[in-house]
Each structure stands twice: as structure tokens, then as C-alpha cells.
Design a protein around this ligand. Structure first.
Ligand code: 5GP
Ligand code: ZN
Length: 113
């Protein structure tokens, strides 16, 4: 069993990977809620925002810069897009390996539901 997103990072579970580098892997969400819905994760297992420490500053910075590269690659920069991090039950976090949702390709309501 173990962590689903660690298994995707390690290619033990298949996913449609759209970007990867030394620190991060990005793949399409299995249940997209927008025309473009990509998840980007650090290769390092961090359970969530509440688990972050000073040591993770570089990892999280790399994650956001890589998210921008994915958004560019997906053609989202002209119209804009949204990055979402759900943390904990009230936010609906279901996978406890920190991840950023990259959402675009349609108008996104704000505030979210
Ligand atoms: P969360 O609610 O934790 O922020 O988001 C987890 C996301 O992971 C959900 O949008 C869900 O659709 C996605 N997801 C869950 N299982 C899988 C899977 O096996 N493969 C992929 N590609 N995405 C998954
Ligand atoms: Zn993990």
C-alpha cells in the first residue's frame, strides 16, 4: 500500500505524467474538475501544509516554480489559472502527500464552494 503519490512518483502506479524534474512530478488528475487539471507533487513525501518545516522551503519553492512551467506548457498563461492546496479534512484533502492542483481552461468561480 503506502502513499499513492509516492507510488506515482516511483512509477509503481501508472499516471499520465506531463512534467517531471529532479524535485517534482506533475500528472493529470484522474477525476478532472476543469478542462486542464494537473496535480504537481514534490518527490519528497511531505504529508501536507501542516507538516511543513523550515527544511522544506526550497522544496516548496521548486514546486511552485515547476507549477508555473506546467501551466505555461498547458497553455494556461494567456487566460489565467488557479493553484489550489487542500490541507486537512475541512478542505477535502484525500491524499496525504502534499500536492498543488493546477486548474484552468474555464472560468473558475471565486470564492470556491
Ligand atoms: P485532494 O482532495 O487531496 O486535494 O486531491 C486529491 C486528488 O487526487 C483528487 O482530485 C483525486 O481525483 C486525485 N486522485 C486520487 N487518486 C488518484 C489516482 O490514482 N491517480 C490520479 N492521477 N489522481 C488521483
Ligand atoms: Zn508520499
Amino acid at each position: 500500500m503506502g502513499c499513492l503519490f509516492c507510488n506515482i512518483v516511483e512509477k509503481k502506479v501508472p499516471a499520465t505524467v506531463v512534467y517531471e524534474d529532479e524535485n517534482t512530478v506533475a500528472f493529470r488528475d484522474i477525476r478532472p474538475v476543469a478542462p486542464t487539471h494537473v496535480l504537481i507533487v514534490p518527490r519528497k513525501h511531505i504529508p501536507g501544509v501542516r507538516a511543513l518545516s523550515h527544511e522544506d522551503e526550497q522544496t516548496i519553492g521548486q514546486l511552485f516554480v515547476a507549477a508555473r512551467k506546467v501551466a505555461h506548457q498547458e497553455g494556461l498563461e494567456a487566460n489565467g489559472y488557479r493553484l489550489v492546496v487542500n490541507d486537512g479534512d475541512a478542505a477535502g484533502q484525500t491524499v496525504h502527500h502534499i500536492h498543488v492542483h493546477i486548474l484552468g481552461g474555464r472560468d473558475l468561480a471565486w470564492p470556491p464552494g
